[in-house]
Design a protein around this ligand. Structure first.
Ligand code: SAH
Length: 279
């Protein structure tokens, strides 16, 4: 309906509502129309004025307070990151038990870092798992916000030090609440943190069935010698199947070939911490 018609119909409705006589009604309708047109013009003028005022306002500039907050968050992220890389998993567990809110700060910083990468290793792992059967059960060790569980149709057990959402089971992944040989796939995507990564690999061997898949994605610069590191992982009962080097990270895929006894003497693996620069 155009403006004129809308006005006329409004006038008629108002006139009817007033229950005026036919003769008086037309005069009343005229006055009403004039008043409404004036009101409309006035309101258009106000709207235009408001619009002009709004468009004069410059986009909000980043203030000193925002800048200071970002610096603080970034410093806190770097502190937490270093802590996770340099302490044992039980210390990291105790730390987040006392201060679970830090987890959000850590993950905000982590996401900012990975967003700068051309490819996220988790996306590659997800697309590879999607090629396998849907009935395969997956254990996502150090799942963060459980993106894997939110993305794939498979049953996924998502473990992390803090449960960021209801898909996540909070635990130290050196000991996860799963039976032996309970899963077909185990994933460590950028999560081999802490000074006891050998405990995590032992745990992956325990929960994987023979023939099951193990994915390990890690920051390339953490490793002195990637081939040697992958050879050492094989000593935990795995056989290397595929290995690729991408910008910033390597991604390896293994098959579990052997059950390891809990008493087996296995090498203590070492990866350098991945320390991010100050912004
Ligand atoms: N895999 C996710 C998150 C990687 S960030 C992704 O690729 O997006 C690394 C995660 O490992 C963090 O959430 C950290 O809390 C978790 N992590 C490190 N040590 C852990 C441990 N001992 N037990 C459980 N989670 C651990």
């Amino acid at each position: 309906m155009d403006n004129k018609k809308r006005l006329a119909s409004t006038c008629v409705k108002r006139a009817k509502a007033k229950n005026v006589r036919a003769g008086a009604s037309s005069a009343y309708v005229k006055r009403l129309k004039a008043a409404l047109v004036k009101k409309e013009i006035h309101s258009n003028t106000i709207q235009q004025k408001n619009h002009n005022e709004i468009s004069k306002v410059k986009p909000k500039q980043k203030g000193l307070a925002d800048d200071a907050r970002e610096r603080l968050e970034s410093a806190r992220f770097r502190y937490l990151n270093e802590k996770l890389y340099t302490t044992s998993s039980s210390e990291a567990w105790n730390f987040f038990q006392e201060d679970p809110e830090s987890f959000g700060v850590y993950h905000k910083g982590f996401k900012n870092q990975v967003l700068k990468w051309p490819v996220n290793p988790l996306d590659i792992i997800i697309s590879d798992i999607l090629k396998g059967p849907k009935h395969w059960v997956v254990a996502d060790f150090g799942c963060g916000e459980a993106q894997m569980a939110h993305t794939i149709p498979n049953q996924v057990h998502s473990f992390d030090l803090v449960a960021a959402n209801d898909k996540v089971t909070a635990c130290d992944m050196a000991s996860v609440p799963l039976a032996m040989k309970a899963v077909d796939v185990a994933v460590f995507c950028l999560s081999l943190m802490g000074s006891n990564i050998h405990d995590f690999l032992k745990e992956a061997n325990r929960v994987l069935r023979i023939g099951g898949l193990l994915y390990v994605a890690e920051v390339e610069s953490r490793c002195k010698n990637i081939q040697e590191f992958l050879k050492n992982i094989e000593r935990f009962g795995f056989q290397l199947k595929e290995n690729s080097l991408q910008k910033y990270f390597f991604l390896a895929k293994f098959n579990k070939i052997q059950n390891m006894s809990p008493k087996a003497t296995l090498p203590r693996l070492y990866l350098k911490p991945c320390l991010y620069k100050k912004r």
